[in-house]
Design a protein around this ligand. Structure first.
Ligand SMILES: [Zn+2]
Length: 299
């Protein structure tokens, strides 16, 4: 099982139901997530753009020394972590003193709210759960797919309508704890990148489809290296990860590996977008230059 992530990544990128093991060492990192006050950088669907959110959860009171009944209000989580005992209340009236570590690791369900810095009526809600030594996010609003809409929009043009719908599905499935299914969609997107490069390459003289179809995927990528983003060629192992994932990994392993594989695919798409922009600019410049040249050609 993976280590507990940073709070920012936990809230905006970790899929629901991905499990993290709790122990006597990582309880501080757990509290950093439980009591994260921000800044949380995320796309705000209500603003329609990126914004900064802050968490509303208040820290419990801390007890400076064992057997001391005077509590203090820590100003930050790091200050809270310097104490061994905290004072908590279930009902807001009666208080009990508990060990901070036991308090952090105890079974519980937490609802955390974050508000948008532009408008306090825009908010995110997250439901977190500690149970039997495991920690997971079991609910969130808006969904991860909604939070990542901005990213998806960026790739719509390069992917086309069909593949960008599949990219959205991959993100949505992983966000809901369906790991293997999400990898099937990522693999389809990857295969489509290869196929469009193949179509381009097959126009060239001397290209042999016979050799191409006989080759394994990593060999195909090398044959197409002039038509593919360099990151893909260098990291052609992605395809074997995608294939192994679909056939040989558990749901949990797929969920854990979804984010890095998605990131790799995004880098490949970024490179394609950049290349397209460069080609568009070059074509505009070429036309403009030849128009200038023809203006002067009579002189
Ligand atoms: Zn907002």
């Amino acid at each position: 099982m993976p280590n507990l992530p940073e709070p920012q990544a936990f809230y905006v990128a970790v899929p629901l139901y991905e499990k993290f093991k709790l122990n006597n060492i990582n309880y501080g990192d757990l509290l950093r997530i439980h009591f994260f006050q921000g800044p949380l950088d995320a796309y705000c669907p209500d603003c329609g753009r990126e914004s900064v959110f802050s968490g509303l959860r208040e820290l419990p009171s801390a007890i400076p020394k064992i057997n001391n009944s005077v509590s203090v209000s820590p100003k930050s989580l790091e200050e809270l972590l310097e104490h061994e005992m905290v004072m908590i209340s279930e009902d807001g009236r009666t208080y009990s003193t508990v060990n901070l570590k036991e308090y952090a690791l105890a079974d519980k369900t937490i609802i955390n709210r974050f508000v948008c810095s532009r408008d306090a009526s825009h908010h995110f809600d997250f439901v977190l759960k500690n149970q039997n030594g495991l920690f997971q996010k079991i609910g969130q609003w808006p969904s991860i797919a909604d939070l990542q809409k901005n990213d998806i929009k960026k790739y719509q043009k390069i992917l086309g309508p069909e593949k960008s719908a599949e990219f959205t599905k991959a993100i949505g499935l992983s966000a809901h704890g369906i790991g293997i299914g999400s990898f099937v969609y990522l693999r389809r997107i990857f295969e489509d990148l290869i196929e469009s490069a193949h179509k381009e390459a097959s126009q060239e003289q001397g290209w042999s489809d016979e050799t191409f179809y006989k080759s394994r995927m990593d060999e195909k990528i090398l044959l197409l290296k002039d038509y593919l983003p360099s990151f893909l060629v260098e990291n052609r192992v992605i395809y074997s990860i995608l294939s192994i994932a679909v056939h040989g990994l558990t749901e949990q392993q797929c969920l854990e590996n979804f984010e890095p594989v998605k990131l790799a695919i995004e880098i490949i798409l970024d490179e394609k977008i950049e290349k397209q922009l460069k080609e568009e600019k070059e074509s505009v410049a070429r036309k403009a230059l030849s128009a200038i040249k023809s203006q002067f050609s009579g002189r």
